[in-house]
Design a protein around this ligand. Structure first.
Ligand code: XUL
Ligand code: CO
Length: 438
């Protein structure tokens, strides 16, 4: 096993005054924040498809990233070599977790049997490296979108045989996720949607997706897989409309098919913005409904408008994300997975380190800022004051279910008009938050 990232050693915490661009200035894994080490707040994870397989291709040109170990093939030999590369990267970066799609780590064979054999070979090597390094699997997933058999979708394909193939593929992916001790299993329905309503039986497709997810949960239960199932919302791309549009659509879907106790959500920043939501909105919606499971950390480019999956560097964004995660008491089995890629122009191996270091430091700063806001009770006091009318009197009575429309009419006829409103003070609050972002 050679060294692939020569010249780059273990990335260490050197503190905010360090000028070393290959060191952490804020992410200090064992530093305690609100009684929990930073590494446990985040449970940082590296995404195999971007970091190990991404070559910088875009719709206008092929990959151009310089990866001296690559022969560019989808051979088994290359797949096994990439595992060595990946674990060297993980060991040097210090991420405790990684994530993968089945097809990221092993090539497809001539048929399902051969494909599964390839996956088994890769998984045996992954297992060996996990044992050697202590790096763990945050989640596994199945790629149900690249192969041309999935051209019309997987669980929502009009072709019943494609549904069956997808079920077999996910069964295998859950098995290997369990074998590798994966803490979650993710469903991102890249092609579970439509391009054209004239040829789409929407009700039937959604029923099939509901059935598919129920079968997955039943299978997991049967084999004793204890990981958390997660759905990853995204409104569109590659399809014009994806059924798992946003957190609210996912919740309605889960409730309709009786799956709300078995699934949580994996919320991704750039998917939130494609749905015209802030990440903060999606996180708060999921948190309010008890389904915040994990996050895919990245950001979009507001001027490009597609899923650019850039590394998160915006401290306002990471502060908001951490305010939500901390209010949730953490992410439980979930983590912060960098579903993020280098832009095409950043093509050297060292850029992979710079990108992840920047993302981890941006999250560490967000954590410290959110902790300071919480320590001062800044937002807590604002909320308490704003909702004070619900703490006693008529508000407390309504919340306790003691009123009807008739009794409220009686109350208001007597009072004559509602008590005056207070200002929302949005600008003042934003100014206050700015005081913490230094
Ligand atoms: C695609 C995306 C996926 C999922 C896993 O936009 O985010 O990579 O995270 O399938
Ligand atoms: Co994602």
């Amino acid at each position: 096993m050679g060294e692939y990232f020569s010249g780059i050693g273990k990335i260490r915490y050197e503190g905010p005054s360090s000028k070393n661009l290959l060191a952490f200035k804020h992410y200090n894994p064992d530093e305690s924040v609100e009684g929990k080490p930073m590494k446990e707040w985040f449970r940082f994870s590296v995404a195999w498809w971007h970091t190990i397989r991404g070559m910088g291709a875009d719709p206008f040109g092929p990959g151009c990233h310089v990866r001296p170990w690559e022969d560019g093939s989808d051979s088994m030999k290359m797949a096994l070599k990439r595992i060595d590369v990946a674990f060297e990267f993980f060991e040097k970066l210090g991420n405790p977790f990684y994530t993968f799609h089945d097809r990221d780590v092993a090539p497809e064979g001539e048929n399902l049997k051969e494909t599964n054999n390839n996956l088994d070979k890769a998984v045996a090597v992954l297992e060996k490296h996990q044992k050697r390094t202590g790096v763990r699997l945050l989640w596994g997933t199945a790629n149900l979108f690249s192969n041309k058999r999935y051209v019309h979708g997987a669980a929502t394909s009009p072709n019943a045989d494609v549904f069956a193939y997808a079920a077999a593929q996910v069964k295998k992916a859950i098995e290997v996720t369990k074998l590798l001790g994966g803490e979650n299993y993710v469903f991102w329905g890249g092609r579970e949607g439509y391009q054209c309503l004239y040829n789409t039986d929407m009700k039937r497709e959604m029923d099939h997706l509901g059935r598919f997810l129920s079968m997955a949960a039943d299978f997991a239960e049967k084999i004793g897989f204890k990981g958390q199932f997660l759905i990853e919302p995204k409104p569109h791309e590659p399809t014009k409309h994806q059924y798992d549009t946003d957190a609210a659509a996912c919740l309605a879907f889960l409730q309709k098919y009786g799956l709300e106790k078995r699934f949580k959500l994996n919320i991704e920043t750039n998917h939130a913005t494609l749905a015209r939501h802030e990440m903060f909105h999606e996180l708060e919606f999921a948190r309010a409904n008890g389904i915040l499971g994990s996050i895919d950390a990245n950001r979009g480019d507001m001027l490009l408008g597609w899923d650019t999956d850039q590394f998160p560097t915006d401290i306002y964004l990471t502060t908001q994300v951490m305010l939500s995660i901390m209010a949730n008491g953490g992410l439980g089995k979930g983590g912060v997975n960098f579903d993020a890629k280098l832009r095409r122009e950043s093509f050297e191996p060292a850029d992979l380190f710079h990108a992840h270091i920047g993302g981890m430091d941006a999250f560490a700063r967000g954590l410290k800022i959110a902790a300071a806001i919480r320590r001062d009770g800044t937002l807590r006091k604002i909320l308490a004051e704003r909702y004070a009318s619900w703490e006693s009197g008529i508000g407390a009575e309504i919340e306790a279910g003691k009123h009807s429309f008739e009794s409220l009419e009686k109350y208001m006829l007597k009072k004559g008009d509602a008590a005056p409103n207070a200002s929302g003070r949005q600008e003042m609050i934003e100014n206050l938050i700015n005081e913490y972002i230094r």
